[in-house]
Design a protein around this ligand. Structure first.
Ligand code: DX5
Ligand code: ZN
Length: 246
């Protein structure tokens, strides 16, 4: 499996102090920052948008290589993922991870007077994100079976293959929820089929749950409350890394 990438979720950071919170987190050993974007439609919660991402971006060095340290991993919990690709690129997003459920079910695509430029599909989304010069991720919620991902993962066209998949281990929308062990067979199935794939898990990860996730084959580890709520965040980041790389 690829090596550990630790991506603390700034959803649990001090929002009044976001720039320094981001730079401190990288200094404490994190690889990426996981940036949760919520629109109040796809999930019942709101966070922030491109202006905030643009303001925090200069507090963290840009990655010098694909998947490198300082990657802004934007988890797009939004109903119209295609609409925001360019704006998040301009704001400083490096990896745009959209939800499969939103891409097949875009509100724009459903309405009769839909703007055709907002209709999309997983393969279109991945191609479009790559064209805009970002890495592409595709996420699934707990109710979505893993095999919906095989179509893009098995594509012979590099432009249509995701750089990462995200298996949600909680219902998206809020930090601090209980880890759903029921989602790990998805991770296992993906790891068996794709030994080199970056597989991210998000929700309820921390010292008490990391071993199960690592054993299943996850290598990109999101942790919000476990890192930002810790007395010693650097220790938690190191512990998560050791569990994956052991
Ligand atoms: C939930 C978000 C997560 C969240 C994880 O919708 O996608 O990234 O911040 O928080 P913890 O690690 O506290 O479960
Ligand atoms: Zn997330």
């Amino acid at each position: 499996a690829p090596k550990a990438i630790i991506a603390p979720s700034i959803l649990s950071a001090d929002f009044a102090n976001l720039g320094p919170e981001c730079s401190k987190t990288i200094e404490r050993g994190a690889d990426w920052l996981h940036v949760d974007i919520m629109d109040g439609h796809f999930v019942p919660n709101l966070t922030f948008g491109p202006p905030v991402v643009a303001k925090i971006r200069p507090h963290v060095d840009r990655p010098t290589e694909a998947h490198g340290k300082g990657t802004f991993d934007c988890h797009m919990m939004i109903a119209e993922p295609k609409k925001w690709v360019k704006e998040f690129k301009s704001a400083g997003c490096d990896l745009y991870c959209f939800h499969y459920e939103a891409a097949i079910n875009s509100t724009a695509a459903e309405s009769p007077e839909a703007r055709s430029d907002l209709k999309t599909s997983p393969r279109d989304m991945i191609r479009y994100i790559h064209e805009q010069g970002m890495l592409a991720g595709i996420a699934i919620k707990p109710a979505t079976p893993v095999d919906v991902l095989y179509e893009v993962l098995d594509s012979h066209d590099d432009a249509e293959r995701p750089d990462m998949v995200l298996v949600m281990t909680v219902e998206p929308g809020f930090g601090g929820q209980k880890f759903m062990v029921s989602e790990l067979p998805k991770v296992q199935a993906l790891r068996e089929k794709y030994p080199d794939l970056n597989i991210e898990v998000d929700g309820g990860l921390g010292p008490g749950t990391i071993d199960q996730a690592a054993d299943a084959g996850a290598n990109v580890i999101v942790a919000g409350s476990a890192v930002f709520g810790a007395k010693d965040p650097a220790r938690v980041i190191a512990l998560l890394r050791e569990a994956v790389d052991k």
